[in-house]
Design a protein around this ligand. Structure first.
Ligand code: ADP
Ligand code: MG
Length: 205
């Protein structure tokens, strides 16, 4: 079973890997975006950690941790990714409800609803060259293991390179979006990689 502390560790690991990879995320957002994805997420996840630290009792259950993280991303990230990642975490947290501990099966189900909420909000589907190209295969692979999910998400991010963007800022480029890896799919792989690192630490790299 996974308790609130596990979800706090997930958010801390996500923040650390966003910090490590912020420059790369911003570089990926240069040719097909506005070069702010790394700084957007760095600002967002720094605020998430501060919010979780400020609310040790309010966020004492898994669902509450994710809902606070999601609200914080929505309020601190100006780019498209803020409301999208915020919705992912809020919806997932809401589905987890108020239980003090959740099972891996419950988390998998909740995350899949969270990804559904991202798809509805952004009107995107796999193949559109967005974060969904990492999130959908990643969450599908959670049935195998957390590490399998992280790997599927990384492969999903790599698979965005030949895609033509149909949603978000990159879609304005049309054909010229082809040949570049989507920054949001890349950060989604980091998020699931951070989850695998805390859930299956023996598999951590
Ligand atoms: P902005 O595009 O506003 O500058 P970011 O640079 O932070 O925001 O995030 C860009 C990422 O957001 C894209 O790489 C893509 O993965 C994701 N994204 C943009 N629009 C959508 C959408 N409609 N649905 C899903 N993901 C999207
Ligand atoms: Mg951007």
């Amino acid at each position: 079973m996974r308790d609130a502390e596990f979800f706090r560790r997930w958010m801390a690991a996500a923040a650390a890997s966003v910090e490590r990879e912020a420059d790369r995320l911003t570089e990926l957002d240069s040719p097909i975006g506005d070069a702010d994805h790394g700084s957007n997420l760095l600002r967002g996840f720094t605020a998430v950690l501060a919010a979780l630290e400020a609310e040790p009792t309010a966020a004492a259950a898994p669902g509450a941790v994710l809902q606070l993280a999601g609200r914080t991303l929505i309020s601190t990230v100006g780019g498209a990714s803020g409301p999208l990642y915020g919705t992912l975490l809020r919806r997932t947290g809401k589905v987890l409800g108020e239980s003090a501990e959740v099972s891996d099966a419950e988390l998998r189900e909740a995350l899949s609803e969270g990804v559904g909420a991202v798809a509805r909000l952004g009107g995107a589907a796999p193949g559109d060259k967005t974060m969904l190209d990492a999130l959908v295969p990643g969450v599908d692979a959670l049935g195998t293991s957390y590490r399998a999910a992280a790997i599927a998400a990384e492969n999903g991010a790599l698979a965005t390179v030949p895609m033509r963007a149909r949603k978000g800022r990159a879609s304005y480029l049309g054909e010229r979006s082809i040949g570049h890896q989507d920054p949001g799919a890349t950060s989604s792989a980091l998020l699931l990689g951070a989850l695998a690192d805390v859930a299956e630490p023996e598999g951590a790299r």
